[in-house]
Every structure is written in C-alpha cells, then in structure tokens.
Design a protein. Structure first.
Length: 291
C-alpha cells in the first residue's frame, strides 16, 4: 500500500499552481495518471521518487515512511526503491545493452537479475549492441529492463511510449504488463492515450491543475459501463456528417481512419475531437463517449 498526501507550490503555463494530492494505491496495482499537460502528473512522480521536494506531506510505502515533513523524514532518492522510465530512454551510448543493465546494479548485487531481464524482455539478440544501432522500441525495452535491475518497489513510467508508432506501442504495453505481473510491481504510468489506459490500468487518477478530480477504474473515470462485446476499440472523432437521422463518424485509431454509423441518440452529443469507445457483439456498433 502506498499512502500519499503531498503539497507543493508549482509554476505552470497557467501561472501559480497548488499541487495538492491525497490518495492510496494498492500494492501490486497498475495506476495511471491522466490529464492535460502541465496538470502536475510528472511532479507527483518526482516527489514520490524523491527527485522533487514538496512543501509538506507524507509518503508511506508498504509501511515504510519515505516522507514525513513534520518529523523531518525525507529519504534520499537512492534509498527509495523506485525504477523510473522516461520517454527519452537516457541510455549510455558508449555501453552495450548488457553493459547498460549491469551498470545499473548496486555494487555487490547478483548479476542473475540482468540475465533474467534479458530473457523476459527478449533482449538476447540485442545485448551486445550499442544504443545507436537500436530502434526506438528496442531502446525503450532496454530502458524498461534497466529500471527493473534493482527490483524496485515502484515502477514509474512517464509517457514512455508516446513517441512510438501504434504497432510497437502495443507490443511494449505487453512487455510492461508482463514484467508488472512477473515482479509483482506497483506501477505508476503517465499516459494520455485512453485505449492504452483502458488496456493496462487497474485504477486511473485524473489530474487537473494539481488536484485529483476523478479516480477509480477506467470504466468509472471515462464513464462507460463494463461491456460484453466481440470487439472494442477506442479512437478520436475527426469528422461528423449527418445523413437523414444518422451520423457518419470518421474516427482515427492510431494512424488509421475508420467510418462508423451512429444513430441520433448517440450522435447528437458528439463532436470532432471527442474520444470514444466503439463496441459490438455482431454488426451493430455501440458508441460511448469516454473523454
């Protein structure tokens, strides 16, 4: 269990912002922070990791106090068992893949964890190559493995997949889910991709201007009910055209565009830019606005 109660004065693009977060996170869950850029999501992760000092607050992780400003307890980042994965990979260019992982080990640690991660994240064919020879998806797999070398209590992912194309992104999501389960991690993910959030998350925290405005399971936060359907996909409405009492929706899914017909009750509340979930049991799609 992670108990968080933090306060921090920040300067955002909209001016002064009071970051004020109170929540609990169940051990072993995957929780996504969702919200507009500048809402304070990255600052929350940095405060938990000890990389940013709050004005006041408390952080308790599995019964251990990481932060208690009243008692002047503030563990250094090195003592907080956190693995951090960023969008920009931050690999050492002069080291091979395996050397990057070995460098992340603490002195005296068993190197077996490196070989285990190479196998789980399927880096065997890449382990003797240097980062400059790797694709973006391959580099991100290395960055993920490196964050896990020290067996962190919390894995933090700050939009790690946003620069990747949809096919590679889907594969990396599965790698993250695999290691999350294999190592029984508590994982905190920042993402703007609703389909990614729905696929991966146990819980969502929606952040607006430094505050949690909604939290719960993805279907609760994005306002759709549990669905029993043959297929489901999420996308963004690009264009809406009307024909008699029907609405023709052009929806972007990754790099692709699809057209879906909605009836009057579904279409009249939709507009271009809305994020929607489309599901169907047979031939009649059901459309739910989720963002």
């Amino acid at each position: 269990m992670i108990e968080i109660d933090i306060h921090k004065k920040l300067t955002s693009s909209l001016g002064e912002m009071d970051l004020n977060i109170q929540t609990t996170i169940t051990k072993g869950s995957l929780v996504t922070l969702y919200g507009n850029s500048g809402a304070g999501k990255t600052s929350i992760l940095r405060i938990i990791a000890g990389l940013l000092q709050p004005n006041s607050g408390n952080i308790i992780v599995n019964g251990e106090t990481w932060l208690n400003s009243a008692k002047r307890i503030n563990l250094k980042p090195q003592r907080r068992k956190v693995g951090f994965v960023f969008q920009d990979y931050a690999l050492f260019p002069n080291m091979t893949v395996k050397e990057n992982l070995l460098f992340a080990l603490n002195k005296g640690d068993n190197t077996k964890i490196v070989n285990s991660l190479i196998e789980i994240i399927e880096l065997g064919e890449l382990q003797n190559r240097k980062p400059e020879t790797l694709s973006g998806g391959q580099k991100q797999r290395v960055a993920l493995a490196r964050a896990l070398v020290q067996k962190p209590s919390i894995l933090m992912l700050d939009e790690p997949l946003s620069a990747l194309d949809s096919e590679i992104r889907f594969k990396l999501q599965q790698y993250i889910l695999n290691v999350h389960k294999e190592y029984n991690l508590t994982t905190l993910l920042i993402s703007h991709d609703i389909s990614e959030i729905i696929r991966m998350s146990d819980k969502v925290l929606e952040i607006e201007f430094g505050k949690i405005t909604r939290q719960g399971k993805p279907n609760q936060v994005f306002n759709y009910k549990d669905l029993s359907a043959k297929f489901q996909f999420t996308g963004t409405i690009i264009e809406i055209k009307t024909q008699d009492f029907l609405y023709i929706l052009t929806i972007r899914i990754g790099k692709d565009l699809v057209k879906v017909v909605a009836d009057e009750t579904e279409g009249e509340h939709l507009k271009a830019g809305d994020k929607i979930l489309v599901s169907a049991k047979a031939f009649n799609p059901i459309i739910h606005k989720i963002g």
